[in-house]
Design a protein around this ligand. Structure first.
Ligand SMILES: [Zn+2]
Ligand SMILES: [Zn+2]
Length: 865
């Protein structure tokens, strides 16, 4: 560690940041399980271990780190854990890619091991990045969802919800990705717009329009509106499906739109969600035409074995051939696709596991949570209230938490493990005891695995050390920070699970952040070439500049457009502050015997009052998670109040040896220490460095600045003092005087207040300044006259000289009033309006002065040679 004295001339962010990273210990940021302090537990998002931290992570982690550091300074026992949400398809796909295999080529467990190995490598890489960015993470609270310790809890939560009737299995239509070969939840369906063909064809004499002719084999009914007279004769009839020849009933349903196509629609199992509704309402057959790999099944006759797309072309060709295809038209369409691979989803009916969605319970808990920004609650409410299906939690993949269940091969009884034996992989081990219902010892383990949201949605329970049974002592947590893109997944599922497992909300508050957009305002993507990585930003400007950019880039919750300008401005701010600290330290150290004096001078009281107001403002902003508001307020104070005004006002005092010098030194020290305190959550490296030079101590061990001064008179008088100095400087500038040139005597009349600035204004402007709390005693005289030659010339022509002379000779009293005529050679000459105007000067006690005004305050400048 460098000594507090040697302050580099320039601020070297890379060197300073490296030094403080070495200085901070992991233990500095541990949550204290035995502490009596109020707790502040942050239910941080566990990132997917891709191996790379992107700029969106950086934004999210900066927000969380600002909160964690701020709350520690406010006296909270803070937990800022780091989790890793490991399971899932992306890693499986990556492993398949790296090893050139598919998941079915090697034993399940071997495949999983490869996934675990890759995940460990990726986590290590991301950990290093997080550490380099100096986030004050509590590494003792780290969790990894693929580790036994964690997924035991996931399995325990599954069993608990199974026992409590939240979880059931059933054959039910679900969204299914035939490329990933797994069921997916509604929240994982990504919608895209495209155009498809609407095909009109003759269906046993009835005209039918469909966008999915490949599902003809799965047709189970034709539906018409009950009031549609065109189809009244079909009531109770059945029709023969073209090309396949099976019989289907005609059903009547109010929800059929008679104006769409011919008004008759075919119901297939399943073309879309509406088909599922009709299928249930009319208790129709189930015909599966497409299997889990997207291949046409045996019911498709000569089309079986084809892929769905091939089948579509073949059926259309055959319809054309047999003369039943009437016409085709373009139809704009919203297609649901797999979030992961963008393959259009199918709705397949399979045996799956589901979690009951109890909407009222979720909505009640969501409303008990404070949402920042508030309007994000609506998104969760809308999503929750429009849920029609339960949450499908089973996946037909490998790298995930196993569903801890067996089935008796003899009688089909479901067997579950003891919670004490968790975790279990039912595909690797068998139940301890024979089947309780038939005594058989033959079992088959469930091969389906759990949706990864089943892991991550118990994060608040996991970090508060849930035992799988009783609600933890430190529950609920205080804050969930997350992106708005995962409200319908992570936030929704966490609330659902928390209610199911504890009956309580998971957090007191939720803070929703926006997404980072590229400099061009579009989502960052390789194809747009607008991707910025945290690394390149840090290499050029340091971590603290990145943190400032994240904090001020936009209001919390709004998307934030990346801007190099903001980063450069952030870096400049640090340079400016560094220079202030260097300058101040020279002054503070000049006379070590200077006692700390409570300041009495106006400028000092003014600065401290503004500082106090700034602390209040920043505190309020951070309490409301308004990071931009807080940092802007600090910057405004540091730039305009401290640097541009206060330092200019007190330089004279600091350079001199008046007794009031001690007040300025004291004020500077207090102010800079408080500034470091306020900046510590935002730019911890910079704040640590400056604070150490100022005090020899670590800022991370300090409390949040506390200065309560409500000296409104000091603010009002000081603001005037600052305006006076600014006006006198402008006056000097306009008069072509050097800033340090002597200005002479200035009398300042302040009728409403008595000001004593202790000589600061005079020293700053190099003037003799006299403050008088009285009305100005000024005499106004007309010292000259200006003529408007544009009027005088044309009106008087040869007489112009004489007219001007006559006007000049008028007495002052007349000139001050309205002059409508003058006497020239005994004749009356009319003077047009605007022909001249008097020029006034002011005098004090007979001496001419220049006058400047600020409201009712008058500055009289006696110009002396
Ligand atoms: Zn997919
Ligand atoms: Zn049995």
């Amino acid at each position: 560690m460098s000594s507090p004295e040697d302050l580099n001339k320039t601020y070297e962010c890379a060197e300073v940041e490296r030094r403080w990273l070495d200085q901070w210990r992991d233990e500095d940021f541990y949550f204290d399980w035995g502490s009596a302090k109020p707790r502040y537990i942050i239910d941080t998002p566990p990132p997917y271990p891709t191996g790379r931290l992107h700029i969106g992570h950086a934004l999210n982690w900066v927000y969380m780190d600002i909160i964690a550091r701020y709350k520690r300074m406010r006296g909270y026992n803070v937990m800022f854990p780091q989790g890793w949400d490991c399971h899932g398809l992306p890693t499986e796909v990556k492993v398949e890619e790296i090893h050139g295999i598919t998941k079915n080529d090697i034993p399940r467990d071997e495949f999983r091991q490869k996934c675990r190995d890759l995940t460990h490598e990726n986590i290590e890489r991301m950990r290093t990045s997080l550490r380099l960015m100096g986030f004050s993470i509590d590494w003792s609270s780290e969790y990894i969802t693929m580790e036994e310790k964690y997924y035991s809890l996931t399995q325990a939560s599954f069993l608990r919800m199974l026992k409590d009737g939240y979880i059931y299995q059933s054959e039910h239509p679900v969204n299914y990705c035939t490329r990933c070969e797994t069921a997916i939840a509604f929240a994982e369906v990504a919608y895209t717009e495209n155009t498809t063909l609407l095909n009109y064809f003759t269906f046993d004499g009835v005209e039918i329009a469909t966008t999915r002719p490949e599902l003809l084999a799965a047709c189970v009914a034709v539906a018409v509106h009950p009031d549609d007279a065109r189809y009244a004769k079909l009531r109770g009839q059945s029709l023969t499906v073209p090309l396949f020849s099976h019989q289907v009933p005609v059903v009547e349903d109010e929800s059929v739109d008679p104006t769409f196509g011919s008004g008759a629609v075919m119901i297939c199992t399943f073309g879309d969600k509406q088909d599922v509704v009709w299928w249930k309402t009319h208790n129709l057959d189930l015909r599966k035409a497409i299997d889990q790999t997207g291949t046409m099944t045996s019911i498709c006759g000569r089309y079986s074995g084809m892929k769905a797309k091939e089948c579509r072309s073949a059926i259309l060709a055959d319809m054309e051939e047999s003369g039943i295809l009437i016409r085709q038209e373009d139809l704009p369409q919203r297609v649901g696709t797999c979030w992961r691979c963008r393959t259009p989803i199918e709705i397949l009916s399979e045996r799956q596991w589901f979690v009951k969605v109890k909407q009222d319970e979720i909505l009640k808990a969501a409303k008990e949570v404070s949402w920042y920004p508030e309007h994000m609650l609506v998104r969760l409410e809308n999503w929750t209230s429009q849920m029609e299906w339960d949450w499908c939690i089973s996946r037909q993949r490998l790298f995930a938490t196993p569903i801890p269940v067996w089935f008796c091969s003899a009688c089909g009884e479901m067997i579950i493990p003891d919670e004490a034996d968790l975790p279990v992989d039912p595909t690797l081990i068998s139940p301890k005891n024979p089947c309780p219902s038939c005594g058989s010892t033959e079992f088959s383990g469930e091969t389906d695995v759990l949706d990864t949201w089943m892991d991550s949605s118990i994060s608040p329970l996991a970090i508060t050390r849930w035992d799988g049974k009783t609600t933890p002592e430190h529950y609920p947590t205080q804050l969930r920070p997350q992106g708005h893109d995962i409200i319908r997944t992570w936030a929704f599922y966490t609330i659902l699970r928390s209610m199911a497992l504890t009956g309580e909300k998971p957090w007191d508050s939720i803070l929703v952040n926006g997404m980072v957009l590229g400099e061009d305002g579009f989502k960052m993507s390789k194809s747009r070439n607008n991707v910025i990585t945290p690394d390149e930003l840090i290499d050029r400007y340091g971590v603290d500049a990145l943190r400032q950019w994240a904090a001020v880039g936009s209001a919390t919750g709004s998307d934030i457009t990346f801007s190099w300008n903001d980063v450069v401005a952030a870096s400049r701010f640090q340079t400016k502050l560094w220079n202030i600290v260097r300058f101040s330290l020279l002054q503070i150290r000049k006379d070590d015997t200077t006692p700390a004096v409570h300041p009495t001078e106006l400028a000092d009281r003014w600065l401290l009052s503004h500082l106090s107001a700034t602390i209040t403002e920043v505190t309020e902003a951070l309490d409301a998670y308004q990071f931009d508001r807080g940092l802007k307020s600090i910057r405004d104070f540091a730039w305009s109040i401290l640097a541009d005004n206060y330092l200019e006002l007190v330089k004279g005092r600091l350079y001199g040896d008046t007794p009031s010098r001690a007040g300025a030194v004291y004020t500077l020290k207090v102010t800079l220490e408080a500034l470091c305190g306020m900046l510590a959550p935002y730019i911890p490296f910079f704040a640590s460095e400056c604070y150490y030079h100022l005090t020899g101590n670590r800022i991370i061990d300090q409390s949040w600045p506390d200065l309560r001064l409500q000296d409104t008179a000091a603010i009002r008088d000081g603001d005037l003092l600052v305006s006076v100095v600014a006006l006198l400087r402008k006056y000097k500038h306009d008069a072509g005087l050097a800033l340090n040139a002597p200005l002479g005597h200035v009398t300042i009349y302040t009728p409403q207040m008595a000001i004593d600035d202790g000589g600061d204004a005079g020293r700053t402007t190099n003037a003799e300044i006299e403050w008088r709390s009285e009305e100005p005693h000024l005499d106004r005289i007309i010292s000259d006259i200006t003529f408007n030659m544009g009027i005088i010339g044309p009106t008087f022509r040869k007489e112009a000289g004489a007219v001007m002379q006559a006007i000049r000779s008028l007495p002052s009293e007349s000139l001050a009033g309205v002059v409508s005529s003058v006497q020239i050679n005994e004749s009356e000459v009319a003077i047009p309006e605007g022909a001249f105007s008097p020029v006034y000067s002011y005098t004090i006690e007979g001496e001419e002065v220049d006058v400047l005004m600020i409201g009712d305050v008058v500055l009289a400048i006696r110009k002396r040679a």
